[in-house]
Design a protein around this ligand. Structure first.
Ligand SMILES: C[S@@+](CC[C@H](N)C(=O)[O-])C[C@H]1O[C@@H](n2cnc3c(N)ncnc32)[C@H](O)[C@@H]1O
Length: 291
């Protein structure tokens, strides 16, 4: 009798689509530190194959799928077999390994990396049902993970960022995934990009703070429009960057910034990021403009 295979292969296109559209998947890279530093999938965790046995307690003990990544697929398959024997499930092996990955890659050490990954913000995922469907603006969109997620869910999305490379990566990712976004290069701090008045049903901003924009967001929303804002608080420097007080929220600051709005959701917390497990101090708000 043959033993049934207790893991599945997944091709790169499918894994990329699942991550970008907000499915929860843990990406576990089982290559060496050197290979990982050379290039890896943003948001992935490194546990080299030979260390796996001693580090099983670091893996999620839940029903969240774990996708195994190596260079060409063989070490990933070995890791899948090993994890299946230890009761982990569901397990996915990236077919062809990193060589067959169609999405963005990043470089550098695990802990020195500030890439926000491919998956949308968990705060956005959890707030999704509170958002009116319609015209949406993602400010300081970076490589567009949140804009792409919202577009994949049927929102009509504009995005702006000052970094031309980030904007062109966002456009390329949206094209690859077949979701339309309008991404423009624009500076939100020097007056060259201005949020148009009473235009957007939803404005989102993640991991960026420029206080004068609070007023611009307020005026850019249509009556009944919703803002989703999440970024780091003054308690963040104990865990790393950002550490410039100008870029860190004070206690309760988002509530004050959107005073007069209906607060649909608010949180201030210190805890591990869903994707990377790194500790961080953040505050987030979802608030509706009166009207
Ligand atoms: C930490 S990243 C966050 C990216 C994205 N919101 C996310 O969470 O994945 C901050 C972004 O702010 C952008 N940024 C910084 N200063 C800016 C400015 N003056 N105008 C527009 N974008 C700016 C950066 O280029 C960068 O992409």
């Amino acid at each position: 009798m043959t033993t049934p295979q207790r893991f599945q292969s997944i091709d790169g296109e499918e894994l990329y689509r699942r991550l970008a559209t907000g499915e929860s998947v843990v990406i576990l890279d089982v290559r060496t530190e050197t290979e990982f530093q050379d290039r890896h999938i943003p948001g992935s965790t490194l546990v080299p194959l030979h260390e796996l046995e001693g580090r099983l307690n670091e893996l999620p003990n839940s029903s969240t799928p774990i996708a195994l990544v190596c260079q060409h697929g063989q070490r990933g398959a070995a890791a899948c077999k090993f994890l299946a024997e230890h009761g982990f499930s569901p397990l996915l092996n990236l077919e062809g390994g990193i060589e067959a990955w169609p999405g963005p890659l990043t470089t550098g050490a695990h802990n020195g990396n500030h890439h926000h990954g491919i998956a949308p913000s968990s705060f956005l995922l959890e707030s999704f049902e509170l958002l009116p469907r319609g015209l949406t603006l993602d400010i300081a969109m970076g490589e567009g993970r949140n804009a792409i997620y919202l577009a994949s869910r049927g929102f009509d999305v504009d995005g702006v960022d000052a970094d031309p490379q980030a904007v062109s990566r966002a456009r390329a990712a949206a094209r690859k995934l077949g979701v339309p976004i309008r991404a423009v290069v624009g500076n939100l701090e020097d007056g060259t990009y201005i949020i148009p008045i009473e235009t957007y049903d939803v404005i989102v901003c993640f991991n960026y703070l420029h206080r004068p924009l609070f007023q611009d967001i307020r005026s850019g929303l249509v009556p009944g429009g919703v803002v989703v804002y999440q970024t780091f608080t003054h308690e963040q420097p104990q865990f790393g960057r950002p550490n410039n007080p100008e870029h860190l929220l004070q206690p309760g600051e988002l509530k004050k910034a959107f005073s007069g709005y209906e607060i649909l959701r608010y949180r201030e917390r210190i805890g591990p990021a869903r994707q990377t497990g790194k500790m961080r101090a953040i505050a987030g708000i979802v608030a509706r403009k009166p009207g």
